[in-house]
Design a protein around this ligand. Structure first.
Ligand SMILES: [Zn+2]
Length: 84
């Protein structure tokens, strides 16, 4: 599940950021969602942020790149949401 608020065009889930710019663009898009109240942070630390879309309730996980590690943006699957 996702929507035009958290995943405009349905193209934003990525198994790995291909470039630093990819990551920077996605991070700023997500920071804007959170800053404008369209998403809420569930947990965050130095390496990762989990947030939930206020429109559709989808939870997302963004993992920060670190040198050779590319990081990613993924939906948190429903079975994880049910367990918590
Ligand atoms: Zn959404």
């Amino acid at each position: 599940m996702s929507c035009e608020s958290c995943n405009p065009g349905g193209r934003h889930e990525t198994g790995g950021f291909t470039t630093e710019n990819d990551f920077v663009c996605e991070r700023s898009r997500i920071q804007q969602l959170i800053a404008s109240g369209k998403a809420d942070v569930v947990k965050t630390d130095e390496w990762e942020t989990n947030f939930v879309c206020g429109e559709c309730g989808q939870q997302w996980h963004i993992s920060m790149p670190d040198q050779a590690y590319r990081g990613f943006l993924k939906k948190i699957s429903n079975y994880l949401a049910c367990r918590s």
